[in-house]
Design a protein around this ligand. Structure first.
Ligand code: HEM
Length: 413
């Protein structure tokens, strides 16, 4: 996987209806840093900035400038109110190569959205995930076997980067030998900033491969999720070609990177805070709640929506067609919802964070993600003695999907 220089975006024109005093730069809250808590950069955002503001600094190939909401209540409203906020064009990477299919289910609004969730839900239900448990555990232990007796490992590159992709490829039926290629395409799509050529290469290569695999499943049905989609039905009819590629492509995009990034941030935190590690080693019964808390304090994705109608938020005029971002990097730490929000606590009585979004588009893979993370945590703690960050290792971390691409840890053998 090669790192690519993040290309600077061209400047954004601020729309006339945006008051100049509401234009603020959000990028400093998302800057790479070396802190124990990489998201602590948002600690003063409620004092620094108004609860809703406009930013031009989040420009990517998918967004010009956009509104940002930072408070828990406002974020929840944006996720839940599908009459006012649409997911049209969210994650619309395929448009970069001139494709017109929709990313399914994410880019489809309710009520139409529901028919695709009905098609996919059985593969992601707690019962379906229970059936995967043994194979997830075997995948994870297979990787740990490779380094357990060595006294050191790269917990991101040699572990977190690999096991979620292996689990996902198995679920979808993709051949395991495609792993490195998948990772490089996906990295080019999600981590190239404004480098359109790299994004085009990544999405173009992925779509060409996914279409060939879909054709294979059409000719020879198999017991995997891709084949289920290819031969599936919505509202009593087979899916169209566009619906099939849109669904497979979005699962491919959503399923590859998120668990890997969460894993690297979780083990980074444990390596830097021995007390947290000790608690989890002493009380494995806390592991499920610990995963929920790690998810809360590591909001990797700040979802965007398109505004459907003119309206006001906290007295600010928002127009139809504007884009708005749910700044989970702040909302997951709103003291109005979470007591001592910056503290990692494994005994929170209620932990309704936004890391897996909310409302109708709440993450379809949430049960799978939680299970993978819990098994990864439990098996690493069971098989390795207390570990720490390798002396002299680079502590740089990105509070987003890039997370910690390298995480060298050491332990006594
Ligand atoms: C820790 C890991 C994960 C995180 C943090 C995460 C985060 C998210 C977020 C924030 C959304 C909503 C996006 C939006 O509203 O704009 C979402 C939706 C989605 N995620 Fe995940 N995800 C994770 C794991 C997975 C996995 C493993 C899969 C599949 C294998 C998956 C599949 C999906 C799908 C299909 C949707 C769209 C749901 C819909 O539109 O109804 N996710 N995820």
């Amino acid at each position: 996987m090669s790192e690519t220089a993040i290309q600077a975006a061209p400047p954004v024109e601020i729309p006339a209806h945006v008051p100049p005093e509401l234009v603020h730069d959000v990028s400093r809250y998302l800057a790479p840093n070396t802190r124990v808590d990489p998201f602590s950069q948002t600690e003063t955002i409620y004092e620094d900035l108004p609860p809703i503001f406009f930013t031009a600094s989040q420009r990517s190939v998918l967004n010009d400038g956009l509104w940002v909401v930072t408070r828990y209540e406002d974020i929840r409203e944006v996720y839940q109110n599908d009459a006012l906020y649409s997911t049209k064009d969210v994650a619309n990477f395929q448009a970069v190569v001139g494709e017109t299919f929709r990313m399914i289910p994410l880019a489809v609004d309710p009520p139409e959205h529901g028919k695709y969730r009905i098609l996919l839900n059985p593969w992601f239900s707690p019962k379906a995930i229970n059936a995967l448990e043994d194979s997830i555990r075997a995948t994870i232990n297979g990787l740990i076997d490779g380094f357990a007796d060595k006294g050191e490992a790269d917990a991101a590159y040699d572990f977190g980067r690999l096991y979620p992709v292996q689990v996902f490829m198995n679920l979808m039926g993709f051949p395991p030998e495609r792993l490195e290629e998948f990772l490089s395409w996906e990295y080019a799509i999600l981590h190239s900033g404004y480098n359109i050529e790299r994004i085009k290469w990544g999405i173009g290569s992925a779509l060409a491969y996914l279409r060939s695999f879909i054709a294979e499943m059409k000719a020879s049905p198999a017991d995997n999720l891709t084949s289920h989609i290819v031969h599936g039905q919505v509202e009593g009819r087979p899916l169209t070609e566009d619906e099939i590629i849109g669904t497979v492509a979005f699962l491919w995009l959503g399923g590859l990177d998120t668990v890997a990034a969460t894993t690297s941030l979780m083990f980074r935190r444990l390596a830097l805070e021995p007390e947290l590690q000790r608690t989890l080693r002493e009380t494995p019964a806390l592991h499920a709640d610990a995963i929920e808390e790690f998810l809360r304090v590591q909001p990797l994705v700040n979802s965007t929506r398109q505004v459907k109608q003119d309206h006001e938020i906290r007295g600010v005029q928002i127009k139809a067609g504007d884009r708005i971002m749910c700044f989970n990097s702040a909302g997951n730490f709103d003291p109005a919802e979470f007591e001592n929000p910056r503290q990692v606590r494994f005994d929170r009585p209620s932990n309704r964070h936004f890391t897996l979004a909310g409302g109708p588009h709440r993450c379809l893979g949430s049960h799978l993600a939680r299970r993978e993370l819990r098994i990864a945590l439990s098996e690493m703690l069971r098989r390795l003695p207390p570990f720490e960050l390798k002396a002299g290792a680079d502590r740089t971390v990105h509070p987003g999907l890039i997370a910690a691409p390298r995480l060298p840890i050491t332990w006594q053998v």
